[in-house]
Design a protein around this ligand. Structure first.
Ligand SMILES: *Cc1c(COP(=O)(O)O)cnc(C)c1O
Length: 345
């Protein structure tokens, strides 16, 4: 639900939008300054050359193995379109990120989901067992959206050693910037393997550019990058998005400060939620996955009546869970107050 719809639904103007994991701090002021100098009359660079070069330096990956998308979600679609044929076996996790399943299904795949453990962490033995069946693509978000935890070094290594050579591993690191310092860097770990892989990252979350739509895929080899490039439209990343992403990369200090503050807020909110008696998953992201003990759609109505938008979970077995973004301090306080009311209702 968007802010305008929530205003209409709740009759309130002061909506706390906590459903889409956007950055409540906005973005670096350097982004607005760079956008002011943009000439909208000119076509953008279809190859995103300057942005890919900057990413290549930042990540120490050749620029020709990076593909930029209209959001990383476009790169999920491009990977599916490039690789899948009807009937292909695709695996992902449950609960998981909807598009990992939706884009695979849209390209005719059969999708199977490996459940997370009851204690809301990755089930490594179950993932390893699934991989023996050689999926064409295995989509995995780490940190997990919607649950929150990230694979630790041991879990990641056990999965990488189990990925068959025929499988494309798509590691979606949309929340990479929010992980603790002792967590592994998936890109660095994959770069040391001979596997076929794609790592997805985005400017939407930590960098605060969700509305401009820019994310990217780093690929294991040039052939894969070419196939994904062929699966997108030529001018997929508009000039404003390219300019903004470059400016954001030139101000990593802003992003790091914002992420550090959000992580502190995450800890504060998580402790309050737990103290109210709710089960909340461990999180390496800018959101929390909470069992509210109510049907999640009814919970959405409850929060909406207080002008708060949350994401109700609907996958089987998780219908009492909601995902809530860490917003500004006052938004988070409103959420805690509404959750307190739900606990006593
Ligand atoms: C938000 C998100 C994306 C999509 O991000 P965009 O770059 O805005 O398209 C992809 N994967 C996961 C897991 C996400 O949470």
């Amino acid at each position: 639900m968007n802010i305008a719809a929530a205003q209409k639904h709740s009759g309130r103007q002061d909506i706390a939008a906590l459903a889409s994991n956007e950055n409540p701090d906005g973005c670096s002021p350097k982004v607005a300054a760079a956008l002011a100098g943009l000439n909208p009359a000119r076509y953008c660079d279809p190859a995103c050359t300057t942005l890919r070069t900057a990413l290549s330096h930042k990540l120490d990956v050749p620029a020709d193995r990076i593909v930029v998308g209209n959001g990383s979600e476009e790169m999920i679609a491009a990977a599916c379109r490039a690789i899948l044929r009807p009937g292909a076996f695709v695996a992902t996790l449950c609960p998981g990120f909807g598009l990992h399943e939706i884009e695979a299904l849209a390209n005719g795949a059969r999708v199977e989901k490996v459940a997370m453990r009851p204690d809301l962490d990755f089930d490594i033995p179950a993932i390893v067992a699934m991989l023996t069946r050689k999926p064409v693509i295995f989509f995995l978000s780490s940190p997990s959206n919607p649950v929150g935890p990230a694979l630790n070094r041991d879990g990641l290594e056990r999965i990488l050693s189990a990925v068959p050579p025929q499988t494309l591993l798509v590691l979606d690191e949309a929340y990479f910037e929010f992980t603790d310092d002792d967590m592994p860097d998936g890109l660095a770990a994959l770069a040391k393997t001979d596997l076929s892989w794609v790592v997805l990252r985005t400017f939407s979350k930590a960098y605060g550019l969700a509305g401009l739509r820019v994310g990217y895929a780093v690929t294991s080899d040039l052939r894969l990058a070419r196939a994904m490039t062929a699966a997108k439209t030529p001018f997929n990343v508009n000039a404003a998005a390219q300019t903004a992403a470059l400016a954001a990369l030139e101000d990593e200090a802003w992003m790091r400060a914002s992420v550090a503050a959000l992580k502190q807020e995450r800890q504060r909110v998580s402790q309050r939620v737990a103290a109210l008696g709710f089960r909340v998953a461990g999180s390496q992201t800018n959101f929390l996955f909470i069992d509210v003990g109510w049907d999640s759609r009814a919970a959405l109505d409850h929060f909406l009546s207080k002008g708060i938008i949350i994401k109700p979970w609907k996958e089987a077995g998780y219908e009492t869970f909601i995902r809530v973004t860490i917003g500004s301090r006052s938004e988070n306080d409103r959420f805690i107050e509404a959750l307190t009311a739900l606990a006593t209702e």
